[in-house]
Design a protein around this ligand. Structure first.
Ligand code: ZN
Ligand code: ZN
Length: 179
């Protein structure tokens, strides 16, 4: 679960911290983004003066594609989350807490339940890896004919058939790869 009841924590001394393991947690991310592995990690909740600070380190994986040859690959995802949550109801007085001070903060519900589902979903969808490879030395697709160079041995075209613009692109790609 990514939902935590913090009523006890709200009554503890400021600075008190609770740790919760996250194990084999499955969740829907988006229609076009599915988890390839369940979420694992740890959530740490600590009591601040009037708020709960939630930090989480979570790992999972999503389905992606090699950026060179377009083979399907599983992409590891590692996210750090830090959120401040304010009560909706004051734990001591039972009175509603004004939202005006911290409009950006998460809100606990009326039962002091903290739900990290939405921040976690958002962090995972923003953590999509920029450049994925099926293996570090993936040879990619032939720039001339599009054949997968990993499976085509000794693939070559005669010099004449190579468009100079594509040759320049290949050179540029080789340089950017070696960075
Ligand atoms: Zn590849
Ligand atoms: Zn080719």
């Amino acid at each position: 679960m990514l939902s935590f009841n913090v009523a006890t924590l709200l009554r503890s001394a400021p600075g008190t911290e609770r740790r919760y393991p996250v194990e084999a947690f499955e969740m829907e991310i988006a229609d076009d983004l599915r988890l390839a592995q369940p979420i694992e990690g740890e959530v740490r909740l600590s009591r601040a003066a009037r708020t709960i600070v939630a930090r989480a380190h979570l790992t999972t994986a999503i389905d992606g594609y090699c950026s060179r040859c377009l083979t399907a690959v599983v992409a590891p995802i590692d996210v750090e989350i830090e959120e401040v949550a304010i009560p909706s109801i004051d734990i001591d007085t039972g009175l509603p807490v004004s939202e005006a001070d911290e409009p950006e903060a998460l809100r606990l519900d009326d039962h002091h339940e903290l739900d990290l589902g939405e921040p976690v979903r958002e962090a995972i969808s923003l953590a999509e890896p920029i450049s994925l490879l099926c293996r570090p030395d993936c040879r990619g697709l032939c720039l001339v004919c599009g054949v997968d160079l990993n499976s085509a041995t000794d693939h070559a075209h005669s010099e004449k058939t190579i468009d100079p613009r594509l040759a320049a692109l290949a050179e540029w790609r080789d340089r950017s790869d070696s960075n």
